[in-house]
Design a protein around this ligand. Structure first.
Ligand code: ADP
Ligand code: MG
Length: 239
């Protein structure tokens, strides 16, 4: 049974169909990568899944429940969380307090303190816990945001360009972290451009183009499709 089932979902902004008749179901336990050129509709699809936007048409099921019109808060309670593309750490607050803001939704007391410490260590931020989030390196801010998403104990984790601004080594460590979360049972959907990173983590890949699903399959199937090369990889090689 799919964990998330997107059925004929569209989202228009004025005259623009940012997401158009998308059908996508993702199984429990999958690491699923969503790729496609800028403006393809990847971030919009994520915002439809988490409930920042409502679809203009279509249905979204999470764990077989219809969540199409549910508020983001209710979806988080059901077990999903997101790291958005645009940075959203509280830059003027210390690292630990950023985590606490997320942790406080479900924990308190010693339980909260222990989970904070576990996340700080998991994300290599323990030595920086008193630093202002805005003073962290870009990659560390991304990790902090991933930590804030993890603090909500998701079964489904959505990561929109999590490795932007990271060194190759940080990117690789992020991939290993995602794989280890997945081994513990988490379903993860990742939007990324970095093909080495996608190769490291992806179990299945969906290509979005002009708001529509353009290709879907294993990474090998998708990259050997000449149509994909044309719209996405071809372009990427020229940047
Ligand atoms: P991607 O993440 O694949 O780069 P987006 O989902 O951010 O693409 O954007 C898809 C299209 O929808 C783009 O043409 C973008 O300009 C447009 N778009 C996204 N959000 C809005 C919005 N809130 N209002 C109007 N247009 C939007
Ligand atoms: Mg985007």
């Amino acid at each position: 049974m799919p964990l998330i089932d997107i059925k004929d979902v569209s989202r228009r902004f004025g005259g623009l169909a940012a997401v158009s008749h998308v059908n996508l179901s993702i199984d429990q336990g999958e690491i699923h990568c969503l790729i496609g050129p800028n403006g393809a509709g990847k971030s919009t699809l994520f915002k439809l899944i988490i409930g920042v936007y409502e679809p203009s048409a279509g249905t979204i099921l999470f764990d077989n429940a219809d969540i199409t019109r549910e508020r983001p808060y209710a979806r988080v309670q059901r077990g999903m969380s997101i790291k958005m593309q645009a940075p959203s750490v509280f830059k003027e607050l210390p690292v630990w307090q950023n985590l606490d803001i997320a942790l406080q939704q479900q924990r308190s007391g010693d339980d909260l303190v222990m989970e904070r410490q576990r996340l700080l260590e998991l994300l290599d931020l323990a030595v920086h816990d008193d630093k202002l989030a805005g003073a962290l390196a870009h990659g560390q801010q991304q990790w902090l945001e991933i930590g804030m998403a993890l603090a909500l104990r998701p079964r489904l984790l959505l990561l929109d360009e999590p490795t932007a601004g990271m060194s190759p080594e940080e990117t690789h460590r992020t991939g290993e972290l995602i794989k280890s979360l997945n081994r513990d049972g988490m379903t993860v959907i990742v939007v990324e451009h970095d093909m080495a990173f996608i190769r490291q983590i992806a179990q299945r890949v969906t290509v979005l183009h002009l708001g529509q699903i353009f290709a879907d399959g294993t990474l090998e199937q998708v990259v050997s499709d000449p149509r994909v090369e044309e719209i996405y990889l071809g372009k990427a090689h020229h940047v």
